[in-house]
Design a protein around this ligand. Structure first.
Ligand code: PDD
Length: 295
């Protein structure tokens, strides 16, 4: 890992040689934003959507985008080529830069730009056959969850709750309403429909959250966006989870109870399979991956 090539402020260098100042506001305050883009067969997936979200995050925290979309694509292409894995995920972040410690924005400083690529294994095997287990918890994060901020303390504390409970993710509720996971979007399947929580400041509009409606069209599944109560989610026929690295997974257990009803309870469901296959088809179209459909 350490000898892979990364990008830092205009230079390409080994990850182990990349250094930033201890006064970087990313380090001191978590003052920055980031993106995570999956790469299949060396082709980034939904790159334009990720760059558009980056713009929205930067604007929300009054940072200028240091590069044009083509500038970003050039950096990312070079990182992908320098890596030996076919499937990768690109992480990139922009912080406000280096300055004397003061909460207020410093004037005339250059943002710090960092990007790296890591090998990525798309979910396969047991996680697809069995689905994933989760626990529920209260969402007590800040109220700008729509910003993809590097200040992730609340999210990592939530993820650690999941680790301690021996499950993959948490499912969070604010005022009794579904928001999302610590690093994934969550959807309910009720009476054959996919219900996504509202796109507002309480959740990150994931790139897969944005894609979901189109995938539902491809898969012939009805899609709706509305608030979902905890009781409704716990009684859902299926629960789905999506993120850049998780793709689309079936949640088959919540708080040690199986999701769903009857003989299908606790097993990945038919709607999940349709959406999973629609996602694989999209990967094939955009990135030329080999077909990886579930029967
Ligand atoms: N996380 N919600 C939160 C809080 C997230 O951190 C993420 C992604 C998502 C899903 O967004 P997308 O479909 O664009 O990956 C939703 C990334 C993968 C991470 O922090 O590593």
């Amino acid at each position: 890992m350490w000898d892979s090539i990364c990008y830092l402020n205009g230079e390409y260098l080994k990850l182990q040689d990349a250094k930033i100042s201890v006064l970087d506001r990313g380090f001191i305050f978590g003052d920055g934003v980031y993106e995570v883009v999956p790469v299949y067969q060396r082709n980034p997936f939904c790159m334009d959507e990720h760059l558009e979200r980056l713009n929205r995050s930067l604007e929300a925290v009054s940072l200028q985008n240091p590069y044009s979309p083509d500038g970003w694509k050039e950096i990312i292409a070079r990182l992908i080529q320098s890596h030996n894995a076919e499937n990768q995920f690109i992480y990139f972040q922009i912080t406000r830069g280096v300055a004397k410690r003061d909460h207020a924005f410093p004037e005339n400083i250059k943002p710090t730009v960092f990007a790296m690529s890591s090998p990525f294994s798309p979910p396969s095997g047991k996680i697809l056959e069995e689905g994933v287990s989760t626990i529920t918890t209260v969402d007590n994060r800040w109220l700008r969850c729509d910003v993809k901020s590097i200040s992730l303390l609340s999210n990592i504390l939530k993820r650690q709750e999941a680790v301690q409970a021996g499950v993959l993710e948490v499912i969070m509720f604010r005022d009794g309403l579904l928001t999302e996971g610590s690093s994934a979007n969550i959807y309910a399947v009720i009476e054959g429909q996919i219900i996504a929580p509202l796109k507002d400041n309480r959740i990150l509009a994931g790139i897969r959250y944005g894609l979901m409606q189109r995938l539902c069209d491809t898969a012939g599944v009805i899609y709706a966006q509305r608030q979902v109560s905890k009781a409704e989610l716990l009684n859902a026929d299926e629960i789905l989870m999506s993120s850049a690295t998780k793709e689309i997974l079936a949640v088959t257990q919540v708080d040690e109870k199986p999701v769903g009803h009857g003989t299908k309870a606790g097993k990945p469901g038919a709607i999940w399979k349709k959406l999973f296959n629609a996602y694989q088809q999209e990967k094939q179209l955009q990135c030329g991956t080999a077909p990886a459909f579930l029967a």
